[in-house]
Design a protein around this ligand. Sequence first.
Ligand SMILES: Cc1cc2nc3c(=O)[nH]c(=O)nc-3n(C[C@H](O)[C@H](O)[C@H](O)COP(=O)(O)OP(=O)(O)OC[C@H]3O[C@@H](n4cnc5c(N)ncnc54)[C@H](O)[C@@H]3O)c2cc1C
Length: 815
Amino acid sequence: MLTLLWLLGLIFCVAILAWVRSGLLNGCLAVGAYLLLMSLLGPAHWLINTLLWALFLGIAIPLNLTNWRQRSITTPIFHWFKKVLPPISQTEQEALDAGTVWWDGDIFSGRPDWNKLHSYPAPKLTSEEQEFLDGPTEELCRMTHEWELTTHLQDLPEVVWDFIKTQGFFGLIIPQEYGGKGFSAYAHSQIAMKLASRSGDLGSTVMVPNSLGPAELLMQYGTQEQKQHYLPRLASGQEIPCFALTAPEAGSDAGSMTDSGIICRGQWQGEEVLGLRLNWEKRYITLGPVATLLGLAFRVYDPDGLLGDEHDLGITLALIPTDMEGVAIGRRHFPLNAAFMNGPNSGKDVFVPMDYLIGGQDMIGHGWKMLMNCLSVGRSISLPAGSTGAAKMASMTTGAYARIRQQFNLPIGEFEGVQEALARIGGNTYVMDAARTMTAGAVDLGEKPAVLSGVVKYHLTERMRQCINDAMDVHGGKGICMGPKNYLGRGYQSVPISITVEGANILTRSLMIFGQGAIRCHPYVLQEMQATQDPDQQRAIERFDSLLLAHIGHALGNAAGSLLLGLSCGALIKTPGNADTRGYYQQLSRLSAAFATLTDTTMLLLGGELKRRERLSARLGDALSFIYLASATLKHYHDQGELAEDLPLLRWGVEDLLAKTEQAMHEILLNFPNRAAGIALRVIIFPLGRRLTPPSDHTSTVIARHMMTPGATRDRLLAGCYHSDDPEDVTGLLNSTLKQVVLAEPIELRLHKALRSSELQHDSNTDLLSVAAQSGVITPEEAQKVREARQARSAVIAVDDFSKEEMRKRPTNPS
Ligand SMILES: Cc1cc2nc3c(=O)[nH]c(=O)nc-3n(C[C@H](O)[C@H](O)[C@H](O)COP(=O)(O)OP(=O)(O)OC[C@H]3O[C@@H](n4cnc5c(N)ncnc54)[C@H](O)[C@@H]3O)c2cc1C
């Protein structure tokens, strides 16, 4: 028994040394000292001691002899690593090189520094940004009526277009020196969120020029002349931009485009100059049909060797005025009844001079890198903001509707089934808002979070889809019957658009998030890959050797961390937080260590094959994403002052994410490519089994109640969403009615009690409220309040109907 305890002590000692990353020599000395004590004081049989010493010396001595280690251990691993490295195409390499690593790096390290997370400043608006939100943005929302534009106009009204241009909505990100607003990423996100909470079409129209479009590209890569010429025109709305990457044969695999630019000499303004002859066919291009300036991606070829020996010079970007001869643009697609401009365009033998290329001739072939860098910024802001806006709108309307709509003599939000859906909407909205804010904040700190932009793009659009689906279910027929009174249906129809654009979601989840993250954010893999590229073999092996040692220490440390934190339920680690939240940080530390262990083992076992194992990659990406979203949610709660009333929202969000992280890891292990490794990993990751549970029913009920009740928690959840109390407005009616219904409820309750106790009697010929007022059960003012609340309720639950002629006239079909 004592021998067993000494052996367990040895394992514990090794685990602690690995966890604290003691270093090779220190670790060996400590283990040697323990073995010495064990041999001198312990009761173990001499044979056990001898075997342990043999094992220890057999590992420790060779590892500490640097020259021997490099020659006999590192060199074969170096050559094996070179061989199994996945072949990386140029576009993949450029995607890998793009952007920066931020909090994702901490998650991959297996030991996120929570104090660092808290020290990132909470994004704030300047007074100018706040004024723009409260003024023109609010006004633009008020001017826009979804039904009118999606059904009658199939376009934004002229007055709305003018307002967008003259108020500078197309120049939010353009610096003030070029006539733009020069707003922060956070302000941009707040504006996009508010617009999208009013109308998806409004959101898309404003978002595109401020996201991945000519302005962002010009700001990062344009020549001084291009910036001086175009940025002021874009900021003032004089130019309407679009960006065309997607082609019929090149959708998700955009790099495979056949659109071409041939280097040649041609006539330009009466002179013969060097330029490009462009031919392209693009589709799905947002704002294309009304664009005056087309950002175009194409592949450059130099068949006559006018620039050098290379024939295929790679993907390149240019700005093409759409009124040039040979450009065909203007026709529209009709994306799921949405009214924002979207359509195909093409160009036939369009000759442009070299200075039409973004950044000029020097940027030939750098197009993919330019796009990836801009995508890391744009994708961090637009779709996350639009999705959160839609989720806030779903929270606002569904919370109100669940209190207003009654069935079985109760508000439907009192039923547990509806509460479950309401809590999902509210909880998801809270998480989305947190992730949106933190990621936009990262951009304001100068980051270009390439991997995290994919995380928020995928997870926020998916959670938005969940919110809208739940909102539709809670609304029943009210959400289904289209017409001016329906505030949900168009948003529901448009969900697949956000899912598809800026990297279709299946691809983003299965290929991009972990595929890019594993190399980009891992503390050693990218450096190891770079070391193998060094032409000086000796130097390469020496560098690889030190990286390898550090990598092994990192892997062992994370495995030990996962095991020790798993055994202690996270209690062994010191984290910030209070009695309510500390456990969440501890669990996240444990799961990060487990995630890092899974990452290393999977990459070791699969190498380049991981690219084809999309389901595994997707689940690893999910684990990374859930830990990121939970980090953001905890930071959001912290930044908002850790308000006790918001605790249920935090609980729902984090518990849902923790449980989903465990589930993703469980599924990874179930499907692990190597069964023995899968079993060993399960012991390290789940030493006490799976312990994390989804949010409780009680938490769901509390959230549902908050969503149905006007108050500070509901206001904080909905902050930044377009809000009207005007009963003439389609969503304003819900907000004003909610207040009326809440005020009328205690009066209604007294009426019910009086009726049940026969204190009040009436028949179908008398008006209950008048009788109650006359008999003194309620006052005449109270009777009036109830009457008005009932009328408002009837208006809310009403849906539209149309005559046959009206149905025939409605131009939802453009042909
Ligand atoms: C309304 C709208 C607006 C748009 N605006 C613009 C714009 O302004 N500019 C622009 O250039 N483009 C724009 N796009 C194009 C958009 O980016 C593409 O639709 C998108 O890249 C997907 O291409 P695809 O539709 O051809 O789908 P496909 O590439 O055919 O993909 C179909 C499905 O296969 C999945 N898939 C593909 N490859 C893989 C893989 N390796 N692993 C796993 N799954 C995979 C995808 O995830 C998707 O689910 C827009 C599209 C729409 C619908």
